[in-house]
Design a protein. Structure first.
Length: 201
């Protein structure tokens, strides 16, 4: 092999290596941009439960904490046996290679040393199929949704109570004329109980 051939080969090898490194760097930058753009906090932990990758949303969500999501949540639910059990169950299922998720009640952080009430978190664990023991975790604040569900339940209960105790009789019946519901007022007027009407008395 001549010196010229060696030099040309070395230059081509360096160029190919540089092109490959540039391609890898671009791909890594693209992945980092995608990870950063996801608004939901997420994290990948290894088989030992150590965080290996996370997005900026996780740092904001937990105020810069650098521990695994299950540990951070267990700290938030300290003293709540049911919430602790839920988080430990999700973590156990994930270690077994199973998809797991739960809605967990946590002590509300109201800022400035104030506390009170509860917030809700939706936590999910997705084992990575090609990396045994590695788990992709996500956590989301579902407090507004849970609050809306509670408001709707309370409104529904108020409506049923209003209907049941209205000063006029209300009822519903099926196509054959059988009572499906009769409020308390109508039952009193007819001198029958609601179960009697439903039986066709």
């Amino acid at each position: 092999m001549s010196l010229l051939t060696f030099i040309i080969g070395a230059v081509l090898g360096l160029a190919a290596g540089a092109a490959l490194a540039w391609y890898w760097l671009r791909r890594q930058n693209l992945c980092s941009s995608i990870f950063a753009a996801v608004p939901k906090p997420w994290q990948v932990v290894d088989a030992a439960g150590r965080p290996v990758l996370s997005n900026p949303a996780l740092d904001s969500f937990f105020h810069g904490a650098d521990r695994a999501i299950p540990d951070l949540l267990l700290e938030q639910v300290a003293g709540d046996p049911e919430a602790t059990r839920q988080i430990e169950q999700v973590a156990q299922q994930a270690r077994q290679g199973l998809l797991a998720q739960a809605e967990v009640r946590v002590a509300a952080d109201r800022g400035e040393g104030r506390s009170g009430g509860y917030d809700w978190r939706f936590v999910a664990a997705y084992p990575l199929p090609d990396r045994p023991g590695f788990v992709y975790w996500t956590v989301d604040d579902i407090t507004p949704r849970r609050q809306m569900e509670q408001i709707m339940r309370e409104e529904q209960e108020r409506f049923v109570d209003l209907l049941e105790n209205a000063p006029v009789g209300f009822y519903s019946a099926d196509a054959e004329g059988r009572f499906l519901f009769a409020n308390h007022t109508l039952c009193e007027w007819l001198g029958l109980g609601q179960s009697d009407l439903e039986k066709g008395a």
